[in-house]
Unconditional design. Sequence first.
Length: 254
Amino acid sequence: MFDFEEIKESRKVVALNFTIYKNNTNADKIVKPKSQQNAIEQYSDNQRLKLLINALPEEERTKSIEAYLAKCLKDYDARYLLHQIEYVAQQKPKSFFAYLKKAIEEDYAKAELVEEQERAEKERIERLVQQELEKLEAEKLSLIDMAVDREKDRIYEEYVSLLENNEKQELFNEYRAKTKELYQDVKEGSFLFEETMKRLITEYIISKNEIYQKRLEKIRKDAEEKAERAYQREKETLREKIENGYLRLPLTLY
C-alpha cells in the first residue's frame, strides 16, 4: 500500500511527498506504516517506546517487554528495533520475548538490507508515479486549453458575423498588416499566417469586450473543474495499478 501527494510549482508537478505502507497479513495485530519509521527521529523517547509497543502483537504487550524495549532504546536505533519486532511477529515463535531478544542481539531481520530494499522500492515507485503524473498533468492542461480555444473560435465567428462587409474588410486589412509586421518569417497567405492573424483579432476582440472576458473565464473555470475530476479519476486508477503490480518501470530506470 502507498500514498502520494503532488508538490507543484505553478501548474507543474515538481516533486512527490511519498508514504509507503507495508502489506501484512496480520494487519490487525501489527500496524506499522513506513511513514512512522521515517518520522521516528523526530519523536521523543516516550513516543519511540510507544511506537515500538504498538508494533507488538497485542498479547505480547507486557510490562516486562516494555521495560526491555525501553532499555534497548538506549543502545539501539528505534528503526532497527522496529524491524526486529516486525520480523519476530511474522515468525510467530512460541516464546516471543526470548526470540525477540535474540533477534535484536543478532539482527535476525537484517535491518540494513531491509531498509536498503525499502528505499530502492520507494525510489522505483516514486519515479514511476512521477512519470505517470507528468503525463496526466499534461493531458489535463491540454483539455483545458482545447476548451478555451474552442470558445475563442466561437467568439471570433460570432463577432465577425455581426460585422458589415466593409467593416470585415477593414478589420482584416488592419490585422493582415499587423501580422506581417510582427511575424515577418511567416509567409502571407499560408495556413499559419491566417491562423496567426485570426488569433490576433480574437485577442483584440476579447480585450475590448467585458462580456466575452467573463464568458471565456467561465469556460476556463468549468474546463479546469472537469479536467481536475478526470485527473483525480486517472490518479486513483494509477494507485490501483501500482498497488496491484500492473505497472513496472523499464529496466533501464531501476
